[in-house]
Write a protein that binds this ligand. Structure first.
Ligand SMILES: Nc1ncnc2c1ncn2[C@@H]1O[C@H](COP(=O)(O)OP(=O)(O)O)[C@@H](O)[C@H]1O
Ligand SMILES: [Mg+2]
Length: 308
């Protein structure tokens, strides 16, 4: 069966890999030709750009939609310029999945914690400060109450750079954490080893979930955790959906953990989640679900608006 050409998609990525390939195939199966593109190659040209924007490969016509698989780090100026493209594209008719604002909110763990808290979603007690003296005082107070703290890089991912602090002397110099201390009460592993959950919410609905069993307390797949299908727990799915709504995301990979008292708590919400581990334990095609959601809720909508 031949598929009618529906349009073109840009996948922003510097490392297409397995995920890029799966997405490209999923879009192709739905009639969309997807092309990889690095945000580092995009530029602003008010004279010749479309709406001032030049996306290599899309000089004559902008893509019908953009799927963001990566925003490379760099200087503050570089990152802001890269985000400028994601911000401006919807204004010139190109849906961006996930939107720039959602990516900004979730890359910044402090903002994620604030938004979860304000939405009344359970998340561990968290403190963020620049002052080492304040961080040390907090650590002393928490240790005196029998708690440990987890120190995380504000923009971290894949479990990199996380540290458990059990005594005031464990606090590293602020420079090691870009001069911001993001500190969270350690609420892990009641009994029976290390584990947490990853739920993928697409278009407001939990579509796939797994239990991650870590080799230590950091249960990221990138840190060697094993993946299993998650239990069919409505509360797990409900909380993941609420967290995704609180950050206003099209889709999200939500990390949840059962704390020592048995309550589910949301650790973080990822706007550019990997799904290779998750795909290995669920039957539905995740790339296909993502492509369907972008097409159904954004591209068809944009086309309807153009026709109206
Ligand atoms: N407050 C915490 N208590 C217990 N374990 C935690 C806590 N915060 C993080 N972890 C563990 O570390 C992992 C990585 O933390 P997370 O906040 O998701 O950062 P990252 O962006 O690096 O994935 C979590 O999946 C969880 O297993
Ligand atoms: Mg995580």
């Amino acid at each position: 069966m031949s598929i009618v050409n529906q349009g073109r998609i840009a996948i922003f990525t510097d490392d297409p890999g397995w995920h890029g390939k799966r997405l490209k195939q999923a879009f192709a199966a739905r009639g969309y030709q997807a092309q990889y593109l690095s945000l580092t190659d995009c530029r602003i040209d008010l004279e010749q750009g479309i709406g001032g924007v030049v996306l290599p490969g899309f000089e004559q016509r902008l893509p019908d939609g953009v799927f963001v698989r990566g925003v490379p780090g760099g200087t503050l100026e570089q990152v802001i310029l890269r985000l400028d493209f994601l911000h401006v594209l919807p204004a010139i008719g190109v849906p961006v999945y996930n939107p720039a604002r959602a990516i900004e909110k979730s890359v910044d763990k402090a903002m994620t914690s604030l938004l979860l808290h304000q939405a009344g979603i359970p998340t561990p007690p968290t403190w963020v400060a620049e002052s080492a003296a304040q961080a040390r005082a907090l650590l002393m107070r928490e240790v005196a109450r029998g708690h440990e703290l987890v120190l995380k890089p504000l923009f971290g991912s894949q479990g990199a750079g996380l540290r458990r602090l059990a005594q005031p002397a464990d606090l590293p110099p602020a420079e090691e954490y870009h001069n911001v201390y993001y500190l969270q009460r350690y609420v892990g592993a009641a009994a029976g080893g290390w584990e947490d959950y990853r739920v993928l919410v697409i278009g407001g609905v939990s579509r796939a979930a797994m239990t991650r069993k870590g080799v230590n307390w950091i249960n990221n797949v990138a840190q060697g955790a094993a993946c299993e299908a998650a239990p069919n727990d409505p509360e797990l799915f409900r909380l993941a959906e609420a967290a995704t709504r609180a950050l206003d995301m099209d889709y999200a990979g939500v990390d949840l953990l059962r704390d020592r008292s048995g309550r589910l708590t949301v650790l973080e919400v990822n706007s550019i989640p990997a799904w290779r581990g998750l795909q290995s334990v669920v039957s539905g095609d995740i790339a296909g679900m993502l492509a369907d959601d972008l097409i159904d809720r954004h591209l068809r909508q944009a086309a309807r608006e153009r026709c109206a």
